[in-house]
Design a binder for this molecule. Structure first.
Ligand code: ADE
Ligand code: ZN
Length: 312
């Protein structure tokens, strides 16, 4: 861990970060004072990916109005600024907003306003839920396309890749691309390497997680040669049980295979992590050197979807 304190000071970028997943148990108590601390503790005590998705849904159900979203954004942006994060692409689960039958525009305006007040440069990614299907995803892509030029840079799919195969979304990704959006997709997190290939066939330019690429040598070469980065979140993968332990996380082997890597928190409130901590874990548990981590910090800016991400 020698020298790793430097990663606090270092200007950083986060590219895979869910707004709703930044809600901590303490913030949940503020948002829903009627819920007991004990219930919140229980909800956050998941050990599986299915349990994680349940918790995520439970949190989002309790974001009742644009002001709730604004509070979450404010707290997240304060935390990012404190960690010297200069640029963040933040995902909004727009698909869940639609599922709740809330209007998206006032929520987006509320969080966009908070971002404008922050020292962090923010761009937004709108995310559809894979297992809600293609029609639902198209509505999210339409919302995203409406906000191109107004802070939204990309479209993606999350949720359960087993119950929402990439093939369903071919037309949606075509539409999003034609609408000026950059493309990402969660893939190879709970499902295997074939799910990553399928996301690439959709046109995904970055892969959320993508850790199962480690099982497919041809895919590792493809990601390296085509310069397609994996948005890796070590704590997330341990907390959802998709890897057994920090020490056995494939990050080290993916990096050594030459695959471009970006480090992220995914859902920092649910996984009790920060971007600084992800860097510390890569150093202490996976043997990354300061030079290697410096390169990964640079990747956060290099693989940003906005030209204005800059490079400190
Ligand atoms: N939504 C928020 N976090 C996610 C994750 N890690 N995988 C899939 N969908 C998500
Ligand atoms: Zn994610």
């Amino acid at each position: 861990m020698a020298g790793m304190a430097g990663f606090h000071e270092r200007p950083k970028a986060e590219l895979h970060l869910h707004l709703e997943g930044s809600v901590t148990p303490e913030l949940m108590r503020e948002l829903a004072p009627e819920v007991s601390a004990e219930e919140i503790r229980g909800r956050f005590a998941f050990r599986t990916f299915a349990g994680f998705l349940e918790c995520y849904k439970w949190i989002v159900e309790r974001l009742r109005c644009p002001e709730d979203y604004a509070l979450v954004a404010r707290r997240l942006l304060d935390s990012l600024a404190q960690q010297n994060v200069r640029y963040a692409e933040i995902t909004i689960s727009a698909g869940v907003v639609l599922w709740k039958k809330q209007e998206f525009a006032p929520i987006y305006h509320a969080v966009h306003r908070e971002a404008a007040r922050s020292t962090v440069t923010v761009r937004w990614n709108l995310d559809a839920i894979r297992h809600f299907g293609a029609e639902h995803a198209m509505r999210v892509a339409e919302l995203a396309a409406e906000q191109v030029g107004n802070g939204v840079v990309s479209f993606g799919i999350g949720g359960d890749e087993e119950r929402g195969p990439a093939e369903w979304f071919t037309d949606v990704y075509k539409f999003a691309k034609a609408g000026g959006l950059r493309l990402t997709a969660h893939a190879g997190e709970t499902a295997g390497a074939e799910s990553i290939w399928a996301a690439l066939r959709l046109g995904a330019e970055r892969i959320g997680h993508g850790i199962r690429a480690i099982d497919d040598a041809a895919l590792l070469r493809h990601l390296r040669d085509q310069n397609i980065p994996l948005e890796i979140s070590v704590s997330s993968n341990v907390a959802t049980g998709v890897v057994d332990s920090l020490r056995t996380h494939p990050l080290r082997r993916l990096y050594d295979a030459g695959v471009p890597i970006v480090l992220n928190t995914d859902d920092p409130g649910l996984f009790n992590t920060t971007l600084e901590r992800e860097y510390d874990l890569a150093a202490s548990e996976l043997g990354f050197s300061e030079t290697e981590l410096t390169q990964i910090v640079g990747n956060g800016f290099r693989y940003a979807f906005a030209d204005s991400a800059g490079r400190p």
